[in-house]
Design a protein around this ligand. Structure first.
Ligand code: ATP
Ligand code: MG
Length: 236
């Protein structure tokens, strides 16, 4: 058995654009080890969010295979993919995707409820994460009563609260000011390391990329570099 936690084999993904097709990812192969923290860099539109959507099973490939842990996502049904995602994956979406009709604390509790945690644990875990992201006292606020940065912190807490084995972060500090961004990167990295989580994080920040174990660079849907951040000059 391989020790790869994620294996992508020759995956391709395109979207229809009128009568034409737009090839977003093209014959991409990649493996990620368990516990590895991987940063993903690349220009806008190069397919970074698409890649995370495919690995989480939110979207599916045109061809190729995606395995996460022991599951071959490309052969699972929609329902099985949803259950897999719920149990094993935390996703911080580029646009947060908080549920507007739920308060901050209820958004954070959601993965625990869906995974049927005991009520007391739902409460304690959610409150602890709310405090860790610096939002104690704002738990009853609805997303539209929170700033962009505060919403992003709720999204980070929601993605981490059920200690998922895999965390997918799509520009998880994009809306935060420099100081809060640094704090969140440190917290995120500390939580992920303490839980031995595998992390894929999309970022435009070289400073954040340098906190990862490995940096992947994409250009037009192709992997063009796979580097150790210490060993290389990360000038973009
Ligand atoms: N559901 C969709 N339908 C049609 N085209 C899509 C869809 N999702 C993404 N695309 C297209 O695929 C390409 C890659 O999009 P993607 O969101 O993966 O880029 P990205 O690298 O995350 O960019 P950014 O840094 O701006 O977030 C874009 O040209 C986008 O328009
Ligand atoms: Mg994106």
């Amino acid at each position: 058995m391989s020790d790869h936690y994620i294996t992508l084999e020759q995956i391709s993904k395109s979207y229809a654009e009128g009568s034409a097709t737009h090839q977003v990812l093209n014959d991409l192969s990649l493996t990620v080890a368990k516990g590895e923290q991987v940063a993903i860099l690349g220009h806008s539109g190069c397919g970074k969010s698409t890649l995370l959507n495919l690995i989480s099973g939110i979207d599916y490939v045109d061809s190729g295979t995606i395995c996460v842990a022991d599951a071959n996502l490309t052969t699972l049904s929609e329902r099985e993919r949803t259950l897999f995602r719920r149990r094993h994956i935390g996703f911080i979406f580029q646009s947060f995707n908080l549920i507007q009709t739920l308060t901050a604390i209820e958004n954070i509790q959601l993965p625990l409820q869906l995974n049927r945690y005991p009520t007391v644990e739902i409460d304690t875990r959610a409150q602890a994460l709310l405090a860790r992201v610096g939002l104690s006292g704002r738990g009853d606020a609805f997303p539209d009563q929170l700033s962009g940065g505060e919403q992003q912190r709720v999204a980070i807490a929601r993605a981490m609260v059920h200690s998922p084995a895999l965390v997918l972060a799509d520009e998880h500090t994009g809306n935060l000011d420099a100081d809060t961004g640094r704090e969140m990167v440190a917290l995120f990295s500390e939580l992920a390391k303490s839980e031995k989580q595998t992390v894929l994080m999309v970022t435009h920040s070289l400073a954040i990329a340098k906190t990862a174990d490995r940096v992947l660079r994409f250009f037009n849907g192709k992997l063009i570099a796979d580097d150790n951040p210490d060993a290389t000059d990360l000038a973009w």
